[in-house]
Design a protein around this ligand. Structure first.
Ligand SMILES: Nc1ncnc2c1ncn2[C@@H]1O[C@H](COP(=O)(O)OP(=O)(O)OP(=O)(O)O)[C@@H](O)[C@H]1O
Ligand SMILES: [Mg+2]
Length: 603
């Protein structure tokens, strides 16, 4: 490896110390993040436990993909435990726990190094797990994550993770820069076996900007008997994409066809899918793949699974194909997935989008969003819903899914935008009520109190239009909750009682329970506030917002209209806390009164 001495030393220091440590390595594509980590791993004592997981580019991924990838071939990681990681009957919290247990069981003996590669592509569960591993007490683990900073968007879960880690841990943040001219020269010396002329080094350094991957690809263009002085004087590609394109252009058409199909199919290309899409007989395909592996373009990732030696090659090849050609390949992949009854809706949506088959895209987005929400994969649900909404911007089911996904992923602004669109697109009172329930919740969390009150008034009007039935009961429960949160005790109690009665009549046990809890919470707040007042030497009562005295204790609800101020109970330490993470449990945890499946739009 050329250069990177300081960075390698820092990582080696972390590994040689007795404590658990965290490091993140950032840098542009091809700059050498993976290479640095490989160099570290290659120098570790053989007793060290090493786990390396790689995120999939472009795919939403299975939950916990990075851990699954890291432990895929390890004995000891019980298959049953791994299966539970993706089993939707366990809540996300439970699955995180299982993931941690797996990590712990594999890494609690002696030194262990865990690497999560390309966090910017990781599914949100893997990112949550990364954070939890960083917090694991005991052991002697070094946790390393790599990422491309330019791939981080405001919403990418890893952006938040990095912020949190920086605050909570003494993490080592390594930023890899491009090669200097001296590094480039050393790289060329290592690659060719002789020192390049100054002019050749400068020319190649300028052309590649010192990006090692680009340098490597440029050298490949020079062929087997590479002469640097001849190479730099001949016309050189201007970009990495151009350098890669040249290599593909040189391929025999049969090889080229396979390479291009593989590039469209993704990072991991199953042999069978490639055979189906290219319609090449098995034996011929084996021969072609062998040649592509020998040329260093593809690598064998596992049994019957192939991939590109480098993600950048795949990206460049897919980008340079004709749109029509890409579409056709996506179409074939889509047909194959649909025919085999694939349940990977993110993948189905990806190929449907590439194929321009928008009905299939919307159907997969709806199904995928719902199933991701059901297993607590909020961010993935949001991304899929957004894919579908590009085609059907007013689809209630997708708007509801996007609002819930964004809300559960902690993206309140996005959630509010989608919930507002959901309300605007709603046609019937039950659809409007469902959107308003979400908006009320969001207004509460954002501390937009005046808006919350206005929304509560609005849902009360909608309730008058709703027929007697479950939608009405749920909307009423929302009103009870809103009043409870706003400390309008008497109103909360009255609405909770009305809701409980209807829920009882309709046999809606969940709504009945919710109403009871709202009532209990409202009364508990009064008692707590009164207790605090008494401790401060009060006269056995507390004052409402209007200065009216509200009696504490069981009699409190009798004081109709008594408001304990309009403040935020969280700020005052009043009502029971409702942490957002509780909401990540499938089927539970969504705000108690919000149905898990969209009440509106679910058709
Ligand atoms: N310091 C180095 N010395 C020699 N070769 C290097 C060095 N850094 C990177 N390379 C080579 O450049 C290529 C790209 O490096 P690498 O795959 O590590 O980049 P990366 O930063 O991980 O990129 P990506 O973001 O796409 O994953 C590899 O083939 C690697 O061997
Ligand atoms: Mg890499």
């Amino acid at each position: 490896m050329v250069g990177r001495d300081d960075e390698l030393d820092r990582l080696r220091e972390l590994v040689s110390g007795p404590q658990s440590r965290v490091a993140v390595v950032a840098g542009e594509p091809g700059v050498g993040k993976s290479r640095l980590v490989q160099e570290l791993l290659a120098g570790l004592p053989p007793v060290t436990t090493v786990l390396v997981g790689q995120a999939d580019p472009g795919a939403l991924g299975r939950p916990f993909e990075l851990l699954l990838d890291a432990v895929a071939e390890r004995e000891g990681a019980a298959a049953e435990r791994l299966g539970q990681l993706t089993d939707p009957s366990h809540s996300l919290v439970e699955r995180l726990h299982i993931g941690l247990e797996i990590v712990r069981s594999l890494t609690d003996q002696g030194r262990a190094v865990l690497v999560f590669e390309d966090l910017h592509w990781a599914d949100s569960e893997s990112i949550a797990l990364f954070e939890r591993i960083a917090d694991l007490p005991g052991g002697s683990r070094v946790l390393i994550g790599t990422y491309r900073p330019e791939e981080l968007t405001r919403r990418n879960p890893v952006a938040e993770l990095l912020g949190r880690l920086e605050r909570r841990h003494s993490i080592s943040h390594l930023r890899l820069e491009r090669f200097t001219l001296a590094d480039t020269s050393a790289f060329l010396t290592a690659a060719t076996g002789s020192t390049p002329s100054y002019r050749a080094a400068v020319a190649l350094h300028k052309r590649t900007g010192g990006n090692p991957f680009f340098l490597e690809e440029l050298l490949k263009a020079g062929g087997d008997d590479l002469d640097l002085d001849k190479l730099w004087q001949s016309p050189l590609p201007w970009s990495l994409a151009e350098a890669l394109r040249q290599q593909v252009d040189d391929l025999d058409p049969a090889l080229r066809r396979i390479v291009e199909a593989a590039a469209v199919l993704g990072r991991k290309v199953p042999f069978d899918l490639l055979a189906a899409v290219t319609r090449v007989p098995e034996d011929d395909l084996i021969a072609v793949l062998r040649e592509l592996v020998e040329r260093g373009l593809l690598i064998e990732l596992g049994e019957d699974e192939f991939g590109f030696r480098h993600a950048l090659t795949r990206e460049a090849i897919a980008d340079q194909m004709l749109g029509r050609q890409r579409r056709r390949l996506h179409e074939l992949a889509l047909e194959n997935l649909l025919a085999s009854g694939s349940t990977d809706m993110a993948l189905v949506a990806h190929h449907a989008k590439g194929a321009g088959r928008y009905d299939d895209l919307v159907a997969a987005a709806r199904r995928g969003c719902e199933s991701y929400l059901a297993i607590g994969s909020a961010y993935q649900a949001l991304v899929l819903a957004e894919d579908g909404l590009c085609e059907v911007p007013e689809d209630l089911e997708l708007l509801a899914g996007a609002a819930r996904g964004a809300w559960l992923a902690g993206l309140t602004d996005d959630a509010t935008r989608y919930a507002q669109r959901w309300r605007a697109a709603a046609r019937t009172p039950d659809e409007r009520a469902a959107a308003l329930q979400m908006l009320i919740r969001l207004a509460w969390e954002d501390r937009r109190r005046t808006e919350m009150d206005a929304l509560t008034d609005e849902i009360r009007q909608v309730i008058d239009e709703l027929p007697h039935g479950p939608h009405r009961a749920r909307a009423m429960a929302t009103v009870a909750q809103a009043y409870m949160l706003r400390m309008r005790t008497a109103d909360a109690v009255a609405w909770a009682d009305k809701t409980a009665a209807i829920a009882e009549e309709l046999g809606l046990s969940e709504v009945r329970l919710a109403a009871k809890v709202e009532k209990g919470s409202a009364l508990a707040m009064v008692r707590r506030a009164a207790g605090a007042h008494a401790r401060r030497g009060g006269e056995g009562g507390v004052r409402g917002a209007g200065g009216r005295r509200v009696l504490p204790g069981p009699g409190a609800p009798g004081h109709a209209g008594g408001r304990l101020g309009g403040g935020d109970h969280r700020a005052r330490g009043g009502a029971p806390a409702r942490p957002r993470h509780a909401a990540h449990q499938p089927g539970r945890g969504l705000p108690r009164l919000l149905p898990v499946r969209p009440a509106a739009g679910g058709r």
